[in-house]
Design a protein around this ligand. Structure first.
Ligand code: CAA
Length: 381
């Protein structure tokens, strides 16, 4: 399995790194403190092909593999985790399902706008009564003539109000996973509205909130995949999305580690660099080791995915390990910077707040353990 990026993948990584350093990182603190959705940055990201990374070239995308995508998300998250999650959700759970499950007319209709960045994507699975137990969702879809009519409320929707297209999961038949179907719901659909927009602990530049469907009408042609096939689409989307979240976690962790290295090298105690103190340098060594191990897990899952091999378990392992390590690095890195780390005008506390969300979304880390354990119990060691 490919764990080290190829020369082509490194070109992608370096281009995103240059963009992130020059155009994203300088704005990250203001994006956070002003809760500012980074429209200008996303426009530039689209010009660089970052909004269609997983979309084939024939539909206007960059046609890249998942390892390139993971590297790109890491670079963006190192600069600004809010920007990274917006771009990640758009690419992996909103756009890629159309590539994988869309009909030819659906691909032609939606992918160029998504890949070109003129339409932002959202993924609407979670509901007030169904989070971890996604198959318990209640939003309904009924067929009325040539339309589907949807009713229900979705919550914790990233990009809500900014997205032009939502991938919405709704119940078309009996209870359970087999009764769920997936729909492409344009933001301008009659009966679709944005509900409450939530204030969060971190990731303040990304919008998260409710999507309300009241007799929301979409044409029959907007059913994605087969009727009753929605749950498998959601799970496949999340498998891929969890690799992206791993990249996001790696980016946050790298930013903190670099910041901690810089701070402890510049800071002196009794005329000696703090970084040279064994108590400090051993912490730095442990954090760097975690980061390297996490990167191997994420790259393994990404390359399995690109190779068309099973990767559900590996994506869950990568998401679990990388997001836990991001929180660990964020916490320990902040400690190494002492009071300085706790100040709002320093990036440590932003990284700390941002990292927490990653252990929760795209499946809590308890859900990742459940996915891994089920896969083990099915027989593959
Ligand atoms: N790929 C394809 N199909 C899959 C699959 C996968 N990874 N996992 C399960 N399925 C299929 C199963 O094969 C099964 O089909 P059959 O009945 O035909 O065999 C069907 O789906 C049901 O599977 P399970 O019985 O395993 O399903 P379950 O109800 O026990 O739930 C779960 C499984 C893993 C717990 C799932 O509910 C889950 O992932 N929950 C977490 C939800 C989640 O991650 N939400 C994130 C919201 S989005 C978000 O956070 C994005 C954001 O904005 C940042």
């Amino acid at each position: 399995m490919q764990l080290e990026p190829s020369a082509e993948q490194l070109v992608v990584r370096d281009a995103v790194r240059d963009f992130a350093e020059a155009e994203v990182r300088p704005k990250a603190a203001a994006i956070d403190s002003e809760h500012a959705f980074p429209r200008d940055i996303l426009r530039r990201a689209a010009e660089l092909g970052l909004m269609g990374m997983l979309v084939p070239r024939q539909y206007g995308g960059a046609g890249l593999d998942h390892l390139s995508f993971t590297l790109a998300v890491e670079e963006l998250a190192r600069a600004c985790a809010s920007t990274a999650v917006i771009m990640d959700v758009h690419n992996s759970v909103a756009s890629e399902p159309i590539v994988l499950f869309g009909s030819e007319p659906q691909k032609q209709r939606w992918l160029p706008a998504l890949a070109g960045g003129s339409t932002l994507g959202g993924f609407a699975l979670t509901e007030p009564g169904s989070g971890s137990d996604a198959a318990a969702l209640n939003t309904s879809a009924r067929r009325v003539g040539q339309d589907w009519v949807l009713n229900g409320t979705k919550v914790f929707i990233t990009n809500v109000g900014e997205a032009g297209l939502y991938l919405v999961f709704a119940r078309t038949a009996e209870e359970g996973a087999a009764g769920i179907s997936a729909f492409l719901v344009p933001a301008e659909s009659a009966g679709l509205k944005v509900g409450q927009v939530f204030r969060k602990m971190g990731l303040n530049g990304s919008v998260t909130g409710e999507l309300v469907l009241e007799e929301a009408k979409v044409p029959a042609a907007n059913l994605l995949g087969p009727e009753g096939g929605g749950f498998a689409i959601a799970m496949r989307a999340l498998d891929s999305g969890r690799i992206g979240i791993s990249g996001q976690a790696l980016g946050i962790a790298r930013a903190v580690l670099e910041g901690a290295l810089d701070y402890t090298r510049r800071r002196h105690l009794s005329g000696r660099q703090v970084a040279l103190d064994q108590g400090v340098s051993f912490v730095l060594a442990d954090l760097a080791t975690l980061l390297t191990a996490g990167r191997q897990l994420a790259h393994n899952a990404a390359s399995l995915c690109s190779a068309g091999r099973p990767f559900t378990r590996e994506a869950a392992m990568a998401k679990l390990f990388c997001t836990d390590l991001a929180m660990e690095v964020a916490s320990q890195g902040l400690d190494l910077a002492g009071c300085h780390g706790y100040l709002s005008d320093q990036p440590f506390e932003r990284h700390f707040r941002d990292a927490k969300a990653l252990q929760i979304y795209e499946g809590t880390n308890q859900i990742q353990r459940l996915v891994i354990a089920r896969s083990l119990l099915r027989g593959r060691p």
